[in-house]
Design a protein around this ligand. Structure first.
Ligand code: ATP
Ligand code: MG
Length: 758
């Protein structure tokens, strides 16, 4: 047996070597799905399959890179380097560049990020004179994105009763028209947004059968990781490409489908059997990642969902520690407790920073952890949120790069035509935009049109516009000759950005200058490493990499040995020795909007399952009794999800859930003494599941923000004594119905009513 097959169990090995025909690998977290895919590719290549005949789609660029390295270690890096392997977006962006002429796009099309898209929507809403408060760019774009991922074009959208009714109900009846204009503007500007990369690939394959056939012929073998989170647009691309050879292998776990809010369709994995009758099904049951306690705890969570494919998952690793639950009085204390724990654990167990990850539900939660980590001098890396490439000065320079490559890129042009200031004001821009709109051309075409003199722009300003055009043209002329780094450095300086930042002597100005420096250094590294590998190292190539980054892609090489901070969504597919899942509170996780339907709640629970299954040795869950949300102090109670975990695998202090102590917001600046609150003697609840043994009962769902529960005796300032009948609502608007001895039954909003528990 070849060496690489030895590191696989029997089920995995069959899934690796049986490469003919359609295969579905469906298995729980940590059971080696990604490993199977990696080895399957290595196997194909070592059997002599040409790398360019293999198409492998991953969820992040980083995953693709790691898999390539792994495959390279079996068959040689050079061979692995020629695989068609990457995210859907990066692979199909590549195909679209080759085939752009069919769709009337320039091969140098640029890619809008979500901020560009928002700006474009904003300008369309304004032009259409719609109510800017009703049409929030984020909400409009979410609707457009959903339509694109369902392959619904603007024309079809306007005829779609469901969509139109939904839009009317949400006071945005004109989305279909915004969508139509948005598409037109993008086309005019030679740009695509993320969803367009998939939508346009579908259009390409639908309208140009010869092109489709070419790629069908080329890709003998197709593989997809994380198949449960593909959307319809991705599904259809794959289905078409696999039609000829039908050597398609998809791996996934329905229990980890967490992107339905972005259009992912769990049905894709469930329908595989219909699409490919005669497919082979491989089930992997052994989890190699996590301790037994973690696997068992995770199983007990996902069992609570009704609609799952039945799966056995077991671990033969150590029993390990139970899942630990930590309580904090405030979000700040939570940050302190977790960082303290990381600090101590790392020392005691001789671990490295990279062995720790803090996972949260929403990006906004990262701030307190960042602060706490900084105070303790622990190095960390943070994913998502405001990334390096979204900073103003970086986006400015990138906009120049984009214009250099594609001068029609309208958002880039608007962004820097007057930055650094060169006296091109709003009145001039309005005239140019009007001319562009009325003649259906890009702004750039207006700028280079000799008739620009007829737009009523004064001679001085015309000269400034001409200088700007000459500047961009000068950059463009060097695209082919200069490397990415050489041209980037030239643009940074000749555009005037460097000088402008240099003149700003404030600390912030200095910081911006440093960021530009860092960007240029990054481009230098990119250029050097690409040149070493004999790959193209032009500015176009660099920009493409940046445009296609996902939230999970690491931006900087020096980020290796640091504590990781990321959302649970971004953590999919990853693993860490020690995982902290923070903010596990009602109203946050599950979020308030997720509790209104069973379907949404199940998706949140799957997210919780994903979080727990990232841990190899230790999973810690924390919740805070109070936190600031949107600038307001709110009180919270532990999430129902903690109650989903079988108590046999939990290490929790039951008092944290049933005590009638009041939340103590004064704890926002924790000192050492307060932080010790979690060090109370705790009851270990593992090993207590034998029949007959009584377990402390934890009632997670009935306790309210202040530990109040139905049945408790309370006293009110005015109404006197009474008994709590029921509690409802979500923090901070929790209400209690109390039957008072002398004042009858009242419903009280707890944040105002000062109830004393007796
Ligand atoms: P997820 O559902 O989270 O994406 P997965 O099913 O893709 O997980 P992998 O990431 O492929 O699982 O594997 C989990 C871990 O177990 C990895 O560290 C992997 O190297 C290891 N592993 C998988 N199979 C084996 C095996 N047969 N022998 C040793 N280690 C293995
Ligand atoms: Mg995986």
């Amino acid at each position: 047996m070849q060496d690489y097959l030895k590191g696989l169990n029997e089920a995995q090995r069959s899934a690796v070597v049986e490469t003919d025909g359609p295969s579905l690998v469906i298995a729980g977290a940590g059971s080696g799905k990604t490993r199977v895919l990696t080895f399957r590719i290595a196997h194909l290549l070592s059997e002599g399959v040409k790398p360019y005949r293999v198409l492998a789609l991953t969820f992040t660029n980083k995953a693709a890179k790691e898999m390539k390295e792994r495959i390279g270690s079996v068959v040689g890096q050079h061979i692995a380097g020629s695989l068609w392997m990457g995210t859907f977006h990066s692979i199909f962006a590549r195909i679209l560049r080759y085939e752009s002429k069919h769709l009337g796009y320039p091969s140098s099309f640029t890619i809008y990020d979500s901020q560009d898209s928002k700006n474009l929507v904003k300008s369309i809403v304004k032009k259409m004179k719609l109510n800017e408060k009703a049409y929030k760019p984020g909400s409009v774009l979410a609707r457009i994105s959903a339509a694109k991922n369902d392959l619904v074009t603007p024309v079809v959208y306007a005829r779609d009763v469901n969509r139109m009714t939904h839009d009317k109900a949400s006071q945005m009846p004109m989305i279909h028209e915004i969508y139509a204009r948005y598409m037109k503007e993008c086309y005019k500007s030679g740009v695509m947004d993320f969803d367009d990369l998939l939508l346009n690939t579908n259009i390409l394959f639908r309208d140009f059968p010869d092109v489709l056939k070419k790629y069908q012929d080329q890709f003998d073998f197709i593989m997809v990781d994380e198949y449960q989170d593909t959307n319809y647009s991705q599904y259809l691309i794959i289905k078409k490409l696999a039609e000829k050879h039908k050597n398609i292998c998809v791996v996934g776990d329905d229990a980890q489908s967490i992107y339905s809010f972005r259009g992912a369709k769990i049905e894709n994995i469930l329908n595989f059997r219909n699409d490919y009758p005669g497919y082979k099904l491989f089930k992997l049951e052994q989890n190699y990642r996590s301790s037994q306690n973690i696997v068992n705890a995770a199983n007990s969570i996902i069992e609570k969902n009704k609609g799952q494919i039945q799966k056995n998952v077991f671990s033969a690793n150590d029993l390990g520690n139970p899942v630990r639950v930590l309580k904090a009085y405030s979000d700040v204390e939570e940050g302190f407790l977790i960082t303290n724990d990381i600090f101590e654990k790392r020392m005691k167990e001789h671990l490295e920073y990279k062995d720790f990850a803090i996972l949260y539900r929403t990006n906004a939660q990262s701030r307190v952890f960042e602060e706490a980590l900084r105070k303790k001098n622990l190095p960390y890396k943070i994913y998502g949120g405001l990334s390096f490439y979204q900073r103003k000065e970086i986006k400015d320079l990138l906009a120049y790069f984009r214009l250099t490559i594609n001068p029609a890129d309208q958002e880039a042009l608007k962004r820097v035509i007057n930055y650094p200031a060169r006296g091109i004001g709003k009145t001039t821009m309005d005239k140019l935009i009007l001319a562009a709109d009325s003649s259906d051309q890009s702004l750039w075409n207006i700028l280079i049109n000799p008739n620009i003199s007829q737009l009523g722009i004064n001679a001085g300003t015309q000269k400034k516009l001409a200088n700007f055009v000459a500047l961009i043209a000068q950059f463009k002329a060097q695209l082919e000759n200069l490397s990415a780094y050489e041209l980037a450095a030239e643009v940074a300086s000749a555009s005037g950005i460097m000088k402008d930042l240099h003149n700003d002597k404030s600390i912030e100005g200095q910081g911006r200058m440093d960021n530009i420096d860092e960007l240029l250094n990054g481009i230098k590294d990119f250029t050097d490493s690409k040149q070493e590998e004999g790959e193209p190292a032009k500015l176009v190539n660099f920009l493409e990499d940046v445009a296609l980054l996902t939230d999970q892609d690491n931006e900087k090489a020096d980020d290796i040995n640091k504590v990781t901070l990321m959302t649970i969504h971004s953590a999919k597919g990853l693993e860490f020795k020690n995982v902290y899942i923070v903010g596990v509170e009602e109203g946050l996780f599950p979020g308030t909007q997720s509790t209104d339907s069973e379907k949404n709640l199940e998706e949140e629970r799957r997210l919780f399952y994903v979080a727990v299954t990232r841990a190899e040795s230790n999973a810690t869950i924390s919740f805070a009794r109070s936190r600031y949300k949107y600038g307001e102090l709110t009180y919270s109670r532990p999430s129902r999800f903690i109650g989903d975990i079988d108590q046999a695998y939990l290490d929790v202090n039951p008092e944290d859930f049933v005590s009638n102590e009041k939340p103590q917001p004064s704890f926002r600046k924790p000192g050492l003494g307060q932080a010790n609150s979690n060090l109370k003697p705790r009851i270990r609840m593992n090993y207590t599941s034998e029949a007959g043994q009584s377990k402390p009962k934890i009632n997670f769902n009935a306790s309210n923000t202040s530990g109040l529960q139905a049945g408790m005796r309370v006293e009110h300032e005015r109404f006197g004594q009474g008994e709590v009948v029921s509690i409802e609502g979500v923090a901070p608007n929790v209400k209690a119905t109390v039957k008072f001895n002398n004042a009858g039954q009242k419903q009280l909003l707890l944040k105002f009513a000062k109830l004393k528990i007796l």
